[in-house]
Ligand binder design. Structure first.
Ligand code: DX5
Ligand code: ZN
Length: 215
């Protein structure tokens, strides 16, 4: 059970300090948005490179961008330890996942709420993680979509069938009142933005979420 706080809800003027505040988490989740694939704009490779220099924990890059075939391997090359592309935006996901792994990073595929998992099951051997979105990507602080739990279950069953160590991540609205159902459905990596950075003490929030996920 791993916790990956999203810095989307952090103070962008003090990102080094905000990363230090979650040093006990497993990953720092960095949301890259291009104002094309999603209707929001955040940060790109130069900022990720700067974060990689100071982050006390590995960086989990969630790319909500068009043309990940072109851009995603660069994040792995820069040193991001996990790089997630959206399957809806990828042209050649097999080649892309291999390029990410070829740069030494974990490769992950993300699936929006309206996208089914089944057509992409055959990609599992190329992947280290599947991200099932539990909100429409683009913004932090949205309401958790409990109706995505069957998709998490389906992905977990597929991973079991295929064997191998493929993680299942959930992202969006994950908090103390929603994390248990995600774990129960088969998720093992939990992204939480507002639930961590909106708390008085982010470190305690991480520990509380971890304990609930393990329960
Ligand atoms: C949404 C991003 C999420 C976001 C989650 O598109 O992918 O990572 O930061 O924020 P919360 O946890 O507040 O829903
Ligand atoms: Zn995200």
């Amino acid at each position: 059970m791993q916790i990956s706080p999203s810095i989307l809800s952090a103070d962008f003027a003090n990102l080094q300090h905000e990363l230090d505040a979650i040093a006990t988490a497993d990953w720092a989740h960095v949301d890259v948005m291009d104002a094309h694939f999603v209707p929001n704009l955040t940060l790109g490779l130069p900022v990720v490179e700067a974060l990689l220099k100071v982050s006390p924990i590995p960086i989990d890059c969630h790319l909500m961008i068009d043309d990940p075939d072109r851009w995603a391997p660069g994040y792995a090359q820069a040193g991001a330890q996990s790089v997630t592309f959206h399957i809806e935006a990828a042209t050649d996901p097999v080649r892309l996942a291999r390029a990410i792994r070829g740069e030494g990073a974990r490769a992950a595929m993300a699936i929006k709420p309206g996208t089914p998992f089944a057509p992409y099951e055959e990609l599992l051997p190329e992947l280290d993680m599947v991200l099932i979105m539990t909100v429409e990507p683009g913004f932090g602080g949205q309401k958790f979509m409990a109706d995505m739990m069957p998709k998490v279950r389906q992905a977990r069953e597929a991973v079991r069938r295929h064997g191998g160590e493929i993680w299942i991540q959930v992202d969006g609205g994950v908090a103390a009142d929603t994390i248990e159902q995600c774990a129960e459905a088969g998720a093992d990596v939990f992204v939480a933005g507002s639930a961590v950075y909106g708390a008085d003490n982010p470190e305690l929030a991480v520990e509380a979420l971890r304990a609930l996920a393990r329960a």
